[in-house]
Design a protein around this ligand. Structure first.
Ligand code: SF4
Length: 899
C-alpha cells in the first residue's frame, strides 16, 4: 500500500480520474496508505453521485503492478533499477543527440487524457516551444479530435456552448453515438431524473441497442457511418416545415444556403434518409417531428460520432441543426460533446494535440508570434506535428527516432495495435513514464522507464465536458521514487538547457503561467480565457472550487453558457454552417470480411483496466473479452451463446466469448477493447482495428472495420481461482480478472480429461496435495488446494461448459481467511451446502447483487419493478448503471412466467 500522506490526514476533495463527467470525490485516507471514497455532494458535476467505477476507487489504490523506481534497459529486455539522476540524464542526452543528428522533427511525445492540465502544459511547452517540433499528440486524439475540428469549423473555436444544467432543463434529449448509461452514468441518471420530473423525451441513435437505447422513448438503430445523413435529413425537414430561426441565421451565421443545398443532395427526402440510414420512415418522422416542435433540445454525442472516418462531418451535421433553429447558448439547448477522458478538455486547453499550439491557439502567424514572445523562445514549432496514427507510422518508418510515451499504452489502444507494438522496437530511444510496470509489451521495448505518481498522489487540475475546471488533489504520498509527470519533464528540460523556462516549483506555479498565457493579448478574441485565475496564491490554488471557463477578472464565477448573444470566435464573429457531402465508410464489408467490427467499452471498466482491473467488484459484471453477435448471424454460423468465436480482420485476430444479442444488427459485431496480453491470451481487440482516419480531425475510425467471424470449438472449459497469479500453459485460452483474495481465470482448451490431473498440478502447484475428483464418463474434473485451513486455489474443468457450476460461491470461499467445515465439504460441488444458491453473475456492482438473487427476488419476493428490486435487494439504488439490465431481467422473467 501507499505510505499515508500523514497519519491522520483529513478528508480531501478531489475529482474522479475516469470519464469526462468529472465527478467530485471526497477521499478519506485510512492512515495505512488506502482511502475510502464517496461522492462530493457540493460538486456541481455530480452532487454526490458516483457510478460503479467512481465508487470503487478505494479498491484500486494498491501498489500491485506499480512501477516504483527509474529503470534502464541493460541488454535484451531486462531492466535494472537506477537513480533519477542517471535516468533523467539518459533521457535528456538521448533527445539532444537525436535532435542534433536528425533535427527536431525526429523526436516525439505521445501523452494522455489522464494527464493533468499542468502536465499537459509542460509537455506542450517543452516539445513545441523549446525542442521546436509539434510532434506531441495525445490519446485524446482517439477520443474527441472530431469534436474539436467540428467546433472550430462551426464556431471558430473549440468551444462547448452548454453546461450540465441544460440536461435538467431540456424537453428533448437526443443521444447519438453515446452509450451514456454505461459510459457517462452520472450524467445519464441526471437525464433520467429530468424525464421523471419534467417529462423530457429521450431519443437514442445508435447502431446497437445499448443499455442507453433500452431506456429511450425512441431508439433509431441506424446503419454505421450515417449519422450525418440523418442530421442532414433533419435540417431539410426543419427547413421544409418552417421552424428555422431566420433572424439568428441572418444575424449570426454564414453559409446556411450552401449547407441546406448540400443537405438536400445528401438527404433529399425522408424515404432517402430511411434507405441510407436503414431506419424505418415512421421512426424518422417521429424523431424529426419531436425535434421540430421542441424548442428546448439538447443533442449529446460521444465516441460513436467522434471515432469515425466521417466524425467531423457528423459533428457539423448536428451543429447545423442547432444553428438553424437558434437552439444554442440558451437554457436547455445546444449540441453537447461528451468527452471520454477525465482531462480531454484540459489537454485541448493546453495544446496537447499536434495541430494546436497552446491556449486554444493554432499555428497562424499572429499566434506563433504571440506564443513565442510569451514563452521567450526562438525555437517555437512553426507548423502542426504528426497526429497519433501518422506519428506511429513515422515510428515504423524510422522517421521518428526518439519517442517518449507518457501515461498511456498505444500498444493496446491504437488501431493496428500489433503493428504499433512492433514499431516501438525500431526506435533508437523509447522512454516510458507510467504508473504501472506491466503495460503490455511497451515496457520491454523501452530503454528508460520512469515511475509516475498516480491519482491521489499528485496535484493539478482537470476540465470536464462542461468546461468546468476542478482540482485533483493528493491525499497519499507518492510511493517509491515516483514523481509527478510535470516534475519529470521539467528535469529533462533543465538538462537540455531550458531550465529558465521550466523553473516551476509547483503545480500551482504552472497553472498560473497557463492562465496568464490564456489572457495574453486576448482582448476577448479567444474563447479560452482563465485570466481570473492567473494570480492565485498557492493557498487559493489549493482551495480552488470547481469553476467553468471563461473565468476573467470581471467574471470570477465563470460562465455557464456561451454564444447566447450570437457572438462566435470567428474573424467576423459569425458561426459557420458546414455543407456536408457524403463520405462513406473508410472500408466497408467485402468478400472474405462480411462483418463490420465496432469496438467500445463495458459498463464497469476503464481503458486498459490498469486501475479498474484491481477491483473485484468491477470485474464481476464482465470478466472476459467477448464479441456480441446478432441471433441471425449466430444461427447461420453455428455460434452458441457462451461459446467462442474468432474475429479476424486484415490486421489481426482474436478469440472471444460469444454473446448473442438481439440488440446487434445483422452483419455487425461489437467487441470491447479493454483486454491486454496481461489479462487475456487472445483478446487484444485494438490489434484488429484498421488505421483509417477522419481526414479533417485525424481521429481514427474505431467503429467499422471489415471483419470475418467464425465459431471456435474447445473440448475443455473451466475456471481457475488462485490467491496468486498463475502461469497458464501455452495453448490454453484464458482471461484473468480480479476476485476477492486473488485472481480468477476463465479457461478453455482442447485437452482431454486424461490430461486434466496433470494440468491441475501445473496450475495449482505440483508440490502440494490436492483434493480432486475426476468423472471421466461425465467429462468433468474438480480439484482444490487447501493449506492452513484456507482455500489456496481450485480448478474446475468440464467437457461441456454447462456442466460447470457458477464461480461466485467459490470466489467467496477464496476470500475467507479460514474455510468453515461445511464449506470445505461442499468445495468440489462448487456451491453453498444448504441453499444450493449461487449469487450468479453480478449485475449491480455497487452492492454486489447477482442475477440469480434478482431472479429469486422476482419469483419469490414479489419484485415486479426496478423500484421493488431496489427496496428489497438495494440493486440499482446507487449509481443506476444496472437499471437497464434490471429492467431486462424483469421483462425476461415475466415473459417466462406467462409463456
Ligand atoms: Fe467517475 Fe463515474 Fe463520475 Fe465518470 S460518471 S467521473 S467514471 S464517477
Amino acid at each position: 500500500m501507499n505510505a499515508p500522506a500523514t497519519a491522520t490526514a483529513p478528508p480531501v476533495r478531489t475529482t474522479c480520474p475516469y470519464c469526462g463527467v468529472g465527478c467530485g470525490v471526497i477521499a478519506r485516507p485510512d492512515g495505512f496508505g488506502g482511502a475510502s471514497v464517496q461522492g462530493d455532494a457540493a460538486h456541481p458535476a455530480n452532487f454526490g453521485r458516483l457510478c460503479s467505477k467512481g465508487a470503487a476507487l478505494g479498491e484500486t489504490l494498491s501498489l500491485e503492478g506499480r512501477l516504483l523506481h527509474p529503470m534502464m534497459r541493460m541488454g535484451g529486455d531486462t531492466h535494472e533499477r537506477t537513480s533519477w539522476e542517471v535516468a533523467l540524464d539518459r533521457v535528456a542526452q538521448g533527445f539532444e543527440e537525436t535532435i542534433a543528428r536528425y533535427g527536431p522533427d525526429s523526436v516525439a511525445f505521445y501523452v494522455s487524457g489522464q494527464f493533468l492540465t499542468e502536465d499537459y502544459y509542460v509537455a506542450n511547452k517543452l516539445m513545441k516551444g523549446f525542442i521546436g517540433s509539434a510532434n506531441i499528440d495525445t490519446n485524446s486524439r482517439l477520443c474527441m479530435a472530431s469534436s474539436v475540428a467540428g467546433h472550430k469549423r462551426a464556431f471558430g473555436s473549440d468551444t462547448v456552448p452548454g453546461c450540465y444544467e441544460d440536461l435538467d432543463e431540456a424537453d428533448l434529449l437526443v443521444l447519438t453515438g453515446s452509450n451514456a448509461a454505461w459510459c457517462h452514468p452520472v450524467l445519464f441518471q441526471r437525464m433520467m431524473e429530468n424525464r421523471r420530473k419534467r417529462g423530457a423525451r429521450l431519443v437514442v441513435i445508435d447502431p446497437r441497442r445499448t443499455a442507453t437505447a433500452e431506456e429511450a422513448d425512441l431508439a433509431l438503430g441506424l446503419a454505421p457511418g450515417t449519422d450525418q445523413v440523418l442530421f442532414a435529413g433533419l435540417l431539410v425537414h426543419l427547413a421544409d416545415t418552417g421552424v428555422l430561426d431566420h433572424s439568428f441565421i441572418g444575424r449570426h451565421t454564414r453559409d446556411f444556403d450552401a449547407a441546406l443545398e448540400a443537405a438536400r443532395i445528401l438527404a433529399p427526402s425522408i424515404d432517402a434518409v430511411s434507405r441510407r440510414c436503414d431506419v424505418p420512415v415512421t421512426k424518422l418522422r417521429t424523431f424529426f417531428d419531436w425535434f421540430r416542435e421542441t424548442e428546448r433540445s439538447v443533442t449529446l454525442y460521444s465516441q460513436g460520432v467522434n471515432q469515425s472516418a466521417q466524425g467531423t462531418d457528423k459533428v457539423n451535421a448536428i451543429i447545423n441543426c442547432h444553428l438553424a433553429t437558434g437552439r444554442i447558448g440558451k437554457p436547455g439547448t445546444g449540441p453537447f460533446s461528451l468527452t471520454g477522458q477525465p482531462n480531454a478538455m484540459g489537454g485541448r486547453e493546453a495544446g496537447g494535440l499536434a495541430n494546436q499550439l497552446a491556449a486554444h491557439m493554432g499555428f497562424e502567424p499572429e499566434s506563433l508570434d504571440l506564443v513565442s514572445r510569451f514563452w521567450g523562445t526562438e525555437r517555437l514549432a512553426a507548423r502542426p506535428g504528426l497526429k497519433a496514427v501518422d506519428l506511429f507510422e513515422a515510428v515504423a518508418q524510422r522517421r521518428i527516432k526518439a519517442l517518449w510515451i507518457m501515461a498511456t499504452n498505444p500498444a493496446v489502444s491504437m488501431p493496428r495495435a500489433d503493428a504499433v507494438r512492433a514499431s516501438l522496437r525500431e526506435l533508437d530511444l523509447l522512454v516510458v513514464s507510467d504508473v504501472v510496470r506491466n503495460a503490455d509489451a511497451i515496457m520491454d521495448a523501452a530503454h528508460v522507464l520512469l515511475p509516475a505518481a498516480a491519482w491521489g498522489e499528485k496535484d493539478g487540475t482537470v476540465t470536464n465536458s462542461e468546461r468546468r475546471i476542478s482540482r485533483q488533489r493528493a491525499f497519499l504520498a507518492p510511493p517509491g521514487d515516483s514523481k509527478p509527470d510535470w516534475w519529470i519533464m521539467c528535469e529533462v528540460a533543465r538538462r537540455m538547457g531550458f531550465g529558465e523556462a521550466f523553473a516551476f516549483s509547483s503545480a500551482a506555479d504552472i497553472f498560473r503561467e497557463h492562465a496568464r498565457l490564456s489572457a495574453f493579448e486576448n482582448n476577448g478574441s479567444r474563447d479560452f480565457d482563465v485570466s481570473g485565475l492567473a494570480n492565485l496564491t498557492e493557498a487559493a490554488y489549493g482551495e480552488l472550487a470547481p469553476v467553468q471557463w471563461p473565468v476573467t477578472e470581471t467574471k470570477l464565477a465563470g460562465e455557464q453558457r456561451l454564444f447566447a448573444e450570437g457572438r462566435f470566435f470567428s474573424a467576423d464573429a459569425r458561426a459557420r454552417f458546414v455543407p456536408i457531402d457524403h463520405v462513406g465508410l473508410a472500408r466497408g464489408c467485402e468478400p472474405g470480411f462480411p462483418f463490420l467490427l465496432n469496438t467500445g467499452r463495458v459498463r464497469d471498466h476503464w481503458h486498459t483496466m490498469t486501475r479498474t482491473g484491481k477491483s473485484p467488484r468491477l470485474a464481476a459484471h464482465t470478466d472476459e473479452p467477448f464479441v456480441s453477435v446478432s441471433p441471425a448471424d449466430a444461427a447461420e454460423l453455428g455460434i452458441a451463446e457462451g461459446g467462442f468465436a474468432r474475429v479476424t480482420t486484415l490486421y489481426g485476430s482474436a478469440t472471444l466469448r460469444a454473446r448473442i444479442s438481439s440488440g446487434q444488427r445483422p452483419r455487425e459485431i461489437f467487441a470491447p477493447f479493454h483486454w491486454t496480453a496481461e489479462t487475456s491470451s487472445d483478446g487484444r481487440v485494438g490489434a484488429l482495428v484498421q488505421a483509417a482516419n477522419d481526414i479533417i480531425s485525424g481521429q481514427p475510425e474505431l467503429k467499422a472495420t471489415a471483419a470475418a467471424l467464425s465459431p471456435v470449438t474447445f473440448t475443455a472449459h473451466g475456471f481457475l481461482l488462485r490467491r496468486s497469479l498463475a502461469a497458464v500453459p501455452k495453448g490454453l485460452w484464458w482471461a484473468r480478472s480480479a476476485v476477492e483474495g486473488g485472481h480468477g481465470y476463465r479457461l478453455a482448451g482442447n485437452s482431454l480429461p486424461a490430461a486434466w490431473p496433470d494440468l491441475a498440478r501445473s496450475l495449482l502447484g505440483s508440490e502440494q496435495t490436492l483434493v480432486e475428483l475426476l468423472d471421466d464418463a461425465q467429462g468433468w474434473y474438480r480439484a482444490a488446494l487447501i493449506a492452513d485451513g484456507r482455500l489456496e486455489a481450485c480448478l474446475f474443468l468440464a467437457r461441456n461448459a454447462e456442466a460447470l457450476p457458477g464461480w461466485e460461491w467459490l470466489k467467496g470461499q477464496l476470500a475467507e481467511p479460514l474455510l468453515p467445515d461445511t464449506a470445505r465439504r461442499a468445495l468440489l460441488a462448487g456451491r453453498a451446502p444448504r441453499s444450493g444458491h449461487d449469487e450468479g453473475p453480478i449485475v449491480c456492482a455497487c452492492f454486489g447483487v447477482g442475477r440469480s438473487k434478482i431472479c429469486r427476488g422476482i419469483s419469490h419476493d414479489g419484485c415486479h419493478t426496478v423500484e421493488d428490486i431496489g427496496r428489497t435487494l438495494r440493486a440499482g439504488t446507487n449509481c443506476g448503471s444496472c437499471i437497464p439490465e434490471l429492467r431486462r431481467i424483469i421483462t425476461e422473467a415475466s415473459s417466462h412466467a406467462t409463456s
